[in-house]
Design a protein around this ligand. Structure first.
Ligand SMILES: C[S@@+](CC[C@H](N)C(=O)[O-])C[C@H]1O[C@@H](n2cnc3c(N)ncnc32)[C@H](O)[C@@H]1O
Ligand SMILES: [Zn+2]
Length: 272
């Protein structure tokens, strides 16, 4: 049995050269860039859900400049620690994988790596990074994976759906949740908004209320000295720029230098 299941009828999906198909003849073509679209039109709230091509291009430019390399290294270290408890290849889903900067870095022959995002433009450039990864367009709310088929679900700046994540994780599996810590990008937000609100802290409490147990937590802080184009790349890869008033965006567009702290928190949660 494969790990993927058909989004229409939930039976096994197997791969042929150019498509994935189930025994009930539901078939999903592999795009020329290398991803498969498993998002049904009934699962889309808009014609082009998820991050736009523009946000994805800015995120690619920012991440490729190396500013978040320490975060990527820490995530890989966490995955390696979880791998030591297993006596077989680790099965990982990178949920909300974006343009694949983190995903491609932990793909190795000792792992089965799946990456899913609701944004087609994200997958179109992510899938070119590594053909050994299974890249899918899909939604966190209805994952195209069998029950208990994954060892790790990794959510980096993407809100998980508690019930679906619990369903696809094996009993000893872990949700690895990476998100903003207190004060994340405050200096950037102070330029964009008149008043800065912390709005992310409820994600962990909500997951705990929905049956997850916190097994490990750690903060990570990166000092960034941004100048030139990197300021705009960072601003436009976050929702903040797009939500900010025109006056805030104009101030940001004129900045030449921006010292800013990136504050992250990594949480490991079990489903038991
Ligand atoms: C802030 S980005 C993070 C991307 C990547 N993890 C990173 O840190 O570079 C959030 C991503 O989640 C995706 N996304 C939003 N809603 C989603 C959903 N319901 N299912 C899957 N992906 C979703 C967006 O398209 C976007 O690529
Ligand atoms: Zn089917």
């Amino acid at each position: 049995m494969s790990i993927l299941r058909c989004p229409v009828c939930s039976t096994d999906l197997s791969r042929t050269e150019r498509s994935y198909a189930c025994s009930n003849n539901h078939s999903f073509d592999i795009a020329r860039q290398g991803y498969v679209n498993l998002l049904l039109s009934s699962q889309r709230a808009s014609r082009s859900p998820g991050d736009s091509a523009e946000m994805i291009a800015d995120r690619r430019a920012f991440l490729e400049a190396g500013f978040y390399d320490p975060l990527r290294a820490r995530i890989i270290a966490c995955l390696n620690e979880l791998q030591t408890a297993l006596e077989r290849p680790q099965r990982i889903l990178d949920l909300g994988c974006g343009e694949g900067y983190y995903t491609a870095a932990f793909a190795d022959p000792a792992r089965a790596v799946y990456a899913l995002d609701i944004s087609k433009p994200a997958l179109a450039i992510a899938a070119r990074r590594n053909t050994a990864i299974t890249w899918c367009v899909g939604t966190s709310k209805a994952l195209p994976f069998h029950d208990a088929s994954l060892d790790v679900v990794l959510n980096i700046f993407c809100r998980p759906h508690a019930r679906e994540t619990q369903r696809v994780l094996q009993p000893n599996g872990r949700l690895l949740l990476v998100g903003p810590g207190p004060g994340h990008l405050n200096a950037l937000r102070e330029v964009l908004y008149e008043q800065v609100n912390d709005d992310e802290s409820h994600t962990l409490a909500q997951l705990q209320a929905e049956g997850f147990t916190l097994t490990h937590s750690e903060p990570l802080s990166i000092t960034l000295e941004l100048s030139g184009a990197a300021i705009g790349h960072l601003a436009r890869m976050t929702p903040h720029y797009w939500r900010a008033p025109a006056a805030g965006r104009a101030k940001l567009d004129e900045l030449l230098m921006l010292p800013v702290q990136a504050e992250f928190v990594l949480h490991e949660l079990s489903i038991a």
